[in-house]
Design a protein. Sequence first.
Length: 330
Amino acid sequence: MNKIMFTILRVLDKHQELVGSTELARELLSYGIDLSERTVRYYLKMLDEKGLTQVQGRKGRVITEKGREELNHAFVSERVNFIISKIDSLAYLTDFSLDILKGNVILNISFFPEKKARDAIKIMAGVFASKYVMSNMIKIARGEERIGDVVVPKGCIGIGTICSITLNGIFLKSGIPVSSRYGGVIEIVDGNPLRFTSLISYEGSSIDPLEIFIKSRMTDVLGTVKRSSGKILASFREIPIVCINEAENLTKKMLAKGFNGSIIFGKPNQPLLDIPVGVDKVGMIVVGGLNPIAAVEESGIYTDSMAMSTLYEYSRLQGFNDAVSSFLFQ
């Protein structure tokens, strides 16, 4: 692997359809790589030999599962700032409309063993009924089925949950720019947020911070749901002061449309839960979309999550209870 091969995999991973060498050469320019089609074909041949890409006749190539795995683990230096870049790109691509409840939202995709499906569903039920999840709209799939661009591994159950970055896209469509600064763990006492106990900056990170906190068992989502005290996943964001009134009104509209997750605004130019904000900014705390998965992990059931994994049409999602009933009685 080198930088050029890594970048080719990145381009292929963005496309669901086949991509030819002409299109690849054109898209590589946006990454600062200027190659002839002939040279691109040379690198593609090497990727084919490594099993990272697969040729599909004369129409082009696709990235393989092995290629995606390599993309997720190789060239960590190339993936610095990857998360913040992905957040901005997905927010721009989100075209969900609150008025008609249609359009693409961003899903986190999580997997757990099929034999643990009923246990995991029972654990998640309480979280989806609480204010500690962005929305109770989900997608469930069995092994070898797809959720958007993602194939669920054999022997696993996949669940797609609405990622809180969808909020960035909704705000952006209304002319409100959102800066995502930190992913973290918040301590809740008697139903109220007390403080952040852990923070990781999105900028400069090669992996979503919330995935780290889940695997490190740093949450107590179940305790928060049962006793109103515990630790949950959340993120810290900023918006311009001039947008605060419109942002608060938009948040109320989201709540009326079924987005029940907690969203807290700070005061202009003042720290929020001791986290400082930029000049002429307002802090905003948004509940994490992966809290149900954190609860499953807390219970000792192995999970594997990919935050901000795919865009998905909102109208194809179902409420948690309906989705579970359909799934269990298939």
